[in-house]
Design a protein around this ligand. Structure first.
Ligand code: H2B
Length: 98
């Protein structure tokens, strides 16, 4: 079972991921980033690449898509907050987005 990051490690992780913001939903912390693309096709292509990376990692985003925008929310459901799995996935998503 993966553990939630403690306050100090979470603060460092958020500092190291400047494009992501910290939100609290239903009592659980999550990392949130909104990605904008030229059109729906580009947004969906991004989602397909992230989906493959997420499946490979066994860790999955909560997300939504509206035309050219993709909102990604990362948290570890099993831990009720943010774990190293979310940090790793955020870094992988940033690399995919370029
Ligand atoms: N993704 C996220 N975001 N949080 C989880 O707790 C989680 C997951 N758990 N993907 C995984 C799958 C788990 O249910 C499997 C059994 O590893």
């Amino acid at each position: 079972m993966v553990e939630r990051l403690d306050a100090a490690r979470l603060a460092q992780a958020v500092h190291d991921l400047p494009a992501w913001r910290l939100e609290n939903g239903d009592g659980a912390d999550m990392l949130v980033r909104v990605f904008s693309f030229a059109d729906f096709s580009a947004a969906f292509g991004f989602m397909a690449r992230v989906a493959l990376a997420a499946e490979k990692a066994g860790h999955h985003p909560d997300w939504s898509n509206s035309y050219n925008k993709v909102t990604v929310r990362l948290s570890t459901h099993d831990a009720g907050g943010i774990s190293t799995r979310d940090i790793d996935l955020a870094q992988a998503i940033d690399a995919i987005a370029g």
